[in-house]
Design a protein around this ligand. Structure first.
Ligand SMILES: [Fe+2]
Length: 379
């Protein structure tokens, strides 16, 4: 990979990657990426995947499934300058397919803006329109609140996802949250390169803290012979240990980052739901996590899962559901006492982090403003 600092060419790392069977045009066309991951003020990870072949499964004489296989590559580039734009080139057999640019995060407290979208798993045309709007915003980075694809175990779904996002993530760091549709799949961990254990993690920009949580837990196959109550117990006990460990981790992260100017927390399922059939689930979630976000003066909690826009407020923390990235919209049939605003429409968020305040804008697929929320810097 060849990295150049704009206007001043500095060769930081040269990595020549030669595709296994380099003259195979089909293999080159099916390359995924490159894309930008795990940004900081002095480091970045560039990822890309190369097509390795496919498996075809037949029943009688007809092919019932064709599964592509990719080999994932990543290049960690260090010793970069903060707030600097670099161009890079994955030297993939001399083709133009491997080029992109990125801007490192600032070292100091400075204004920046980022984008949030969620539930991009279906209706690819809507997903594409939202992505195109986000590209025009030129955010410092993007967070997807989960359910990126319909079936995390389906390579075909990931191929769609990367095709739609190619122009965006080639030049913009993309952070992900595990949704139930990711199925805790190997594919997710192979494609993305996130900080920490990659399921729940945090990163910072200036003095703003971003905490990504995993509310899904490990995905185990429940033995078929377990039925009824035993089946529920199996789930509860398998998941419990994982979530309790994460709860301790979260408390610790929030305690240690008490000086943060802003704190944004992301997880997939909702803390406040306005879809009747999910209200109880959200209540159970609040019962388990309690006042942890408000006690730590978290600026905003951003969720996905319920396919609409919803803003609730409680104890000084804003709870936002942003899940309008393409998945079919849900009915908004149970507004809550904490509800401030809601709209059943495809949308994304643009969040401007400034020295004295943060401005969170929900923008619909047509570019119309749904709501603007202003929040002061944490004391
Ligand atoms: Fe979901």
């Amino acid at each position: 990979m060849n990295i150049q600092k704009r206007n001043k060419i500095v060769l930081l790392l040269a990595l020549i990657f030669i595709v296994g069977i380099s003259n195979n045009i089909d293999a080159q066309q099916k390359m995924i990426g490159p894309y930008v991951q795990n940004m900081s003020d002095d480091e970045v990870t560039i990822c890309w995947s190369t097509f390795e072949g496919a498996t075809s499964i037949s029943e009688s004489d007809s092919i019932i499934q064709k599964v592509s296989q990719y080999k994932q590559h990543k290049s960690i580039v260090t010793r970069l300058d903060g707030k600097t734009t670099y161009s890079y080139d994955v030297l993939n057999d001399g083709t133009e397919r491997g080029k992109g640019t990125f801007t490192t995060f600032p070292e100091n407290v400075e204004n920046f803006h980022f984008a949030v979208l969620g539930d991009t798993r279906t209706r690819h045309d809507f997903h594409q329109r939202i992505v195109d709007r986000i590209i025009n915003e030129k955010p410092a980075f993007v967070v997807n609140t989960g359910d990126l694809v319909s079936r995390g175990n389906s390579m075909e779904d990931w191929e769609h996802f990367f095709r739609i996002n190619d122009k965006l993530i080639r030049n913009t760091p993309y952070y992900t949250v595990l949704g139930n549709h990711e199925q805790d799949s190997e594919n997710y961990y192979n494609f993305f390169s996130m900080p920490g254990n990659e399921s729940y993690y945090f990163f910072s920009v200036g003095d703003a803290l971003f905490v990504i949580m995993d509310m899904e837990g490990p995905n185990y196959n429940v033995p078929a012979y377990l039925k009824g109550k035993k089946r529920d117990e199996f789930w509860e006990n398998i998941g419990k240990e994982y979530i309790e460990k994460e709860k301790k981790w979260l408390e610790n992260v929030l305690n240690l980052n008490d000086d943060a100017g802003y704190i944004f927390v992301f997880f997939h399922p909702t803390y406040y739901s306005i879809k009747k059939s999910r209200v109880e689930d959200a209540e159970l979630r609040r019962k388990y996590w309690g006042d942890i976000f408000e006690r730590h003066n978290v600026t905003a909690v951003l969720n996905g899962h319920d396919h609409y826009y919803h803003h609730a407020e409680h104890g000084g923390t804003h709870y936002i559901v942003t899940a309008g990235g393409g998945a079919p919209l849900y009915s908004t049939d149970a507004p809550q006492p904490e509800t401030v605003k809601y709209k059943k429409i495809e949308h994304y968020m643009r969040i401007d982090v400034e020295k004295n305040q943060t401005i969170m804008k929900a923008i619909d697929i047509n570019g119309e403003l749904i709501e603007e929320i202003k929040v002061n810097r944490r004391k």
